[in-house]
Design a protein around this ligand. Structure first.
Ligand SMILES: NC(=O)c1ccc[n+]([C@@H]2O[C@H](COP(=O)([O-])OP(=O)(O)OC[C@H]3O[C@@H](n4cnc5c(N)ncnc54)[C@H](O)[C@@H]3O)[C@@H](O)[C@H]2O)c1
Length: 349
């Protein structure tokens, strides 16, 4: 039985004739007596019935339908008007990533706009956009005509800070923790998500450093994938307890790596490192803003920061607390000046 099976299989049988050697396992006639006898039986049958011809015609018809149905702009690298859903599942199929995104000289405009027409708004992601600084940035971007997506886990942020944009088709808010990856299609990423006041970042220090490291890694990965510009909001705390005053950008700081504030200080330092490594390694266009004390509307009144402390005590008609000898200096800025610097100076838009 075994030898018979081997024989029917064709090539291996020593007793097989010319037909057996060619895989002819059912016809007793010699292969040379038929045209195309060298082909397997199934192929010979198909050839006799003109099947290849029909298959070819079918393929041509399918190709013609595909070409006619494809969108005319695909592959041009320009952006179509933004869908308010903003989710990448839909958006990725609509927007092709422009390889020029990694060109440092590239101007980030949402599509090639003919001369004389108004420029289309950018698609911008603001992480931490429901917080104090983030919500002011969102106001500015929306006023500028951009499509803004806020990603925020509402740890210290509040819906009320951005509620006035609900219903605006150019605004979308996603409750999401940046420690988890997310896929979106945007032109710029402003990465602010991180509790900023000591009272909040010390509440869960491990989560704070995770937000700074894993969260920043996720956002940089997204920026690289979609070719978006990236801005990291860092802090003057990267200088730690500085030995140089005032601090210049070339000063590397004097930071305690094991103190109770280290989750924030070292977290932001690592976030800066990651940002620069993506810039050098992936040619990502990045900005780092080392923010000093900022104040303005929507600050959390009990967050323990200098200005909010003074204002809260004044409102409660309590004596103002002055720490130390009162001779220490700080740099302060109003929130609108900070936001102005993000959009005008750092991103150049
Ligand atoms: N306000 C300042 O004076 C100051 C100074 C230096 C640096 N900064 C930086 O600016 C940024 C904004 O600061 P802020 O004053 O608006 O603080 P904030 O606490 O008001 O805002 C931070 C926002 O990030 C959100 N967030 C926190 N962790 C998150 C996470 N894991 N995932 C998603 N969202 C998260 C919060 O809910 C909040 O909406 C921060 O990165 C902060 O480090 C601020």
């Amino acid at each position: 039985m075994a030898s018979e099976l081997t024989y029917r299989g064709g090539a291996a049988s020593p007793s097989a004739g010319a037909a057996g050697a060619a895989g002819e396992y059912s016809s007793p006639k010699p292969a040379s007596s038929k045209p195309l006898a060298w082909l397997p039986r199934a192929a010979r049958y198909a050839a006799a019935e003109h099947r290849p011809l029909f298959a070819l015609v079918g393929m041509l018809v399918a190709a013609a339908i595909f070409c006619l149905a494809a969108p005319s702009g695909s592959g041009s690298g320009t952006a179509a008007p933004y869908s308010s859903s903003g989710r990448v599942s839909g958006a990725l199929t609509r927007f092709s990533v422009d390889p020029a995104a990694h060109n440092p000289g590239r101007q980030f405009v949402a599509g090639k706009v003919p001369l004389g027409l108004k420029r289309k708004g950018l698609r911008v992601l603001v992480t931490g956009g429901a917080g104090f600084v983030g919500s002011h940035l969102v106001d500015r971007l929306v006023a500028r005509g951009d499509s803004v997506i806020v990603v925020d886990n509402l740890f210290t942020g509040r819906k009320e800070n951005v509620m006035h944009h609900f219903g605006n088709p150019n605004f979308e808010m996603i409750r999401h923790d940046v420690v988890e990856p997310i896929l979106l299609e945007v032109d710029q990423i402003y990465h602010l998500a991180c509790p900023a006041s000591p009272v909040h970042y010390k509440y869960n220090p491990v989560k704070t450093i995770k937000t700074n490291v894993v969260g920043t890694l996720n956002m940089l990965g997204l920026a690289k994938r979609i070719g978006a510009r990236f801005l990291l909001t860092s802090t003057s705390e990267v200088y730690g307890d500085p030995l140089q005053h005032p601090q210049v950008e070339t000063y590397w700081g004097n930071v305690n790596p094991i103190g109770v504030r280290s989750c924030y200080d070292e977290g932001k330092r690592t976030a800066e490192t990651l940002t620069m490594d993506y810039h050098r390694g992936a040619n990502l266009e990045v900005r780092i803003a080392r923010i000093f004390n900022t104040y303005g509307p929507r600050m959390c009144i009990d967050d323990g920061r200098v200005v909010s402390n003074f204002v809260a005590q004044a409102l409660r008609k309590e004596p103002l607390t002055v720490y130390g000898d009162g001779k220490q200096t700080r740099s302060f800025q109003y929130v609108s000046d900070l936001v102005e610097s993000f959009t005008a100076k750092y991103l150049g838009c």
